[in-house]
Design a protein around this ligand. Sequence first.
Ligand SMILES: [Zn+2]
Length: 247
Amino acid sequence: MDIDNIRGIVIRAVDYGETSKILTVFSYERGIISVMARGAKNPKSKKLNLISIFTEVNFDLRKSKKFYYLNDGEIIEYNSHIRSNIKKIYLIQMFFDIIERTTFKNEEIKVVYELLIKTMKYFGLEENYLKLTNMFLIKYISMLGYKPVLNACSKCGKRQFRSVYFSLENGGIVCEDCKKINNIALTVDEYKYICNILVEVYENTAIIDDEIDERKIFKLLIDFIIYNTDISIPSSYKSFTKLEGIE
Ligand SMILES: [Zn+2]
């Protein structure tokens, strides 16, 4: 029997037949994979706590030609702090949705996995989860190869600005001479915030000034991701913005 030990998080579980579930797992070793969990619909099944969403598990999987089968597993982290807050649930679900839509199945993306796990951990440590969300989004889109240009005008290269704008189509900031009507004006503090969330690690979130409109940056980053990856807007994003009153 071919047993694989894989670290991962269930990002979706769909009923299959009378007794089983098909899981979509984001794993450290193999990226996104499909796993059959036989008997997992049985309320007495030992597998039930292994397949709850947001829990990180060391899975024992048996691999057949087409599929992975869930054999057993060991819980690494319950992440129960996420389940107690509906806004956190929507945001983490949104991260899952964005990752799933912007990567290939079975594509190994360890650095993204580590970023996600760390973000989930800090959702339990830091009150301001919109800041963490913005940090995740800008780091993730940078990992995909769309790091925003922030050190100079992304059109003319100028480094001295009277005012700063963000241009989705140019992939970064633009100066007052290059800005177009649809570009987003940034205050100096908003500009600094964007630079900081890109370069700073989660251990340093406290030094990032959050006296700005973080919802505006959140929307900007989501627009930036959608512009570059062409994904559809996840329903988790819509649920969150509705709840948060973001237009
Ligand atoms: Zn310019």
